[in-house]
Design a protein around this ligand. Structure first.
Ligand code: 9PG
Length: 544
């Protein structure tokens, strides 16, 4: 495959006709710099360079990076596999898992930020955007008449761009090499440099309420676990979803939490841990105090109605999105960050943060979807402080480089290998549903991002061997995979039920994780792929 297209011709997809001369392209050694110069403000969907990358070889593999933490990610076969959007039935799902919510053409594969194409008989080619804070970048590939067509697409999402100054796009690199992982690691190092990635946070060990108690937490349970926390090597003790009175009202706990949050944070600190809090700062339940008293913060559609940004049964159904392009929303998010920190929480897990990508009539029509997401994060960060620890979750990866300290790089783990009965599985997006094998495969496929774009959060280890559907081998295999990743090690089990054998495994995982983490910037972590699941045991047959 040729390293750079012979002639770089950019085309613009816009709401109004624009000429090809509006894109200024300049070649660099391994790709190109480009800028958009449309003059009068024009709604621009995308700017793309499309080229012939040579004859298609059967069995060419493509690395597909999902758009946000939970989005389908992994290696696919070009000309055989399809994009998840082909199977999807809900517009909403495409808006929360891709930059461009439109359905792909048959046979087209797409990857966000970067891809690697590896033909069976030749070197690998990486195509990647050197940034993500100004706009998303999607690389598409398909086979046309026996040849590979590649498109590098700067996704602007209909932002009204214009003015006298050219609008710089993130540079694109095209690089050839023998080792796909080395190409990805080098690309991630370059993106981290360009976006001033926050990669200096210390190696983090923690405890989290979610994967033992889910939304059924109460203060008693949190305090029971806290009573054991001093016996464990936890840096962080984090309260997850379920403490709040409503989605949006993060500082008002519900009646299962009689103690104010700042006193709970004090109790955590007294046990020697950094207090951590989960919140979904860009969402508000319709019945929340936030939505009722500050309706002006909400994202609106073209008819002025609030935009639904998520559906979740445990929150009572539909929830609305906040519009970070409104100055008053940014002021609210900044105040929220300041208040969470003032309550004593130095660690914040910001979840469901894809929501500003959901289409709507945002107040600032000149902001791209990536800029909307980033404006929300930046506002929270301003209030929370530069020295607080922010973990992104359900987060668009590209827009968050440089603002988060850590990033969930896969879908939710679960105390089961496969998706459990209580979870909804959406056609095309099966991978986003909680299952150990999903979290494990993302941890392997995105290991190269660690300490280049942020610290990777592979999601919690699942140590318990009772009250779980995991086999002891799955428990241990996953824990060791987390260690091999060098990323965060977070326990999410009832501590009263863990014994010395669980502690011994955890100590080994932490030691391995610290060693991998210490050299991750030089040598990208290598995480073994999840084992192929054993075939089901027939009824009556003895278990192995
Ligand atoms: C809390 C949880 C945990 C978990 C997060 C996130 O409905 N959904 O599609 C859905 C997706 C992910 C999800 C929950 C629901 O999990 O990843 O660690 O914090 O939220 O609600």
């Amino acid at each position: 495959m040729p390293s750079i297209p012979d002639s770089i011709r950019a085309t613009v997809r816009a709401g109004e006709p624009v000429g090809p001369e509006v894109v200024e392209v300049s070649r660099r050694d391994d790709g190109w710099d480009w800028a958009l110069h449309v003059g009068p403000a024009t709604a621009v969907d995308a700017v793309r360079v499309d080229w012939d990358a040579g004859p298609a070889r059967a069995g060419t593999r493509m690395f597909v990076n999902g758009w946000q933490s939970w989005s389908p990610t992994g290696w696919r076969t070009l000309g055989v596999d399809d994009d998840p959007s082909r199977a999807s039935t809900l517009d909403f799902l495409r808006a929360i898992h891709h930059a461009d919510p439109a359905v792909c053409a048959t046979g087209e594969l797409r990857s966000e930020m970067a891809t690697v194409l590896t033909p069976p008989d030749g070197p690998a080619t990486l195509i990647g955007f050197l940034g993500g804070s100004r706009h998303d970048g999607t690389v598409r590939a398909r086979v046309v008449d026996g040849r590979v067509r590649v498109t590098a697409e700067a996704w602007l999402g209909g932002a009204r761009l214009g003015g006298d100054e050219p609008w710089p796009l993130h540079p694109v690199v095209v690089r050839v090499g023998d080792d796909p992982e080395a190409l990805l690691a080098r690309w991630a190092t370059d993106v981290g440099g360009a976006e001033r990635a926050r990669v200096a946070a210390p190696f983090t060990v923690g405890w989290c309420t979610w994967y033992q108690y889910f939304e059924r937490i109460d203060e008693r349970t949190v305090r029971d676990n806290l009573a054991h926390a001093g016996d464990w090597p936890f840096d962080v003790f984090q309260i997850d979803d379920g403490y709040q009175s409503a989605v949006g009202d993060w500082l008002e706990p519900n009646d299962r939490f009689p103690t104010p949050l700042d006193a709970l944070a004090d109790a955590i600190r007294d046990r020697g841990c950094t207090p951590g809090l989960w919140l979904a700062p860009f969402l508000a339940a319709p019945s929340s105090r936030l939505a009722r008293e500050h309706p002006g913060l909400l994202t609106r559609d073209g008819s002025g109605e609030p935009v639904v940004s998520m559906f979740n049964d445990i929150w009572g159904g539909f929830v609305l999105g906040l519009d970070p392009t409104r100055p008053e929303t940014r002021a609210h998010l900044e105040d929220l960050g300041r208040a969470v920190r003032a309550a004593g929480f130095d660690y914040a897990k910001l979840d469901f943060t894809f929501s500003p990508n959901v289409p709507g009539a945002y107040a600032d029509p000149a902001a791209t979807p990536a800029q909307r997401v980033r404006a929300g994060y930046d506002a929270f960060r301003r209030g929370f402080g530069d020295d607080g620890f922010i973990l992104g979750c359900g987060a668009p990866l590209g827009a968050c480089v440089g603002v988060v300290d850590a990033m969930r790089i896969g879908p939710d783990v679960a105390p089961s290998w496969e998706v459990g009965a209580r979870d909804t599985v959406w056609p095309g997006y099966e991978f986003a549903a909680p299952a150990l094998r999903h979290a494990w495969s993302a941890t392997a496929d995105r290991a190269f991002m660690h300490r280049r774009l942020w610290a990777n959060d592979p999601d919690c280890v699942m140590l318990r061997t009772r009250d779980t559907d995991l086999t002891p081998a799955q428990v241990e295999g996953w824990a060791r995979a987390v260690g091999a990743s060098g990323g965060m090690v977070v326990v999410s089990d009832d501590l009263a039920r863990l014994g010395p054998e669980h502690r011994a495994l955890l100590d080994q995982v932490i030691a391995a994780g610290r060693a991998t983490d210490a050299r991750a910037a030089d040598a990208a972590p290598v995480v073994p792929a999840p084992p192929v699941p054993a075939p089901p045991v027939p009824d009556g047959a003895p278990e192995a």
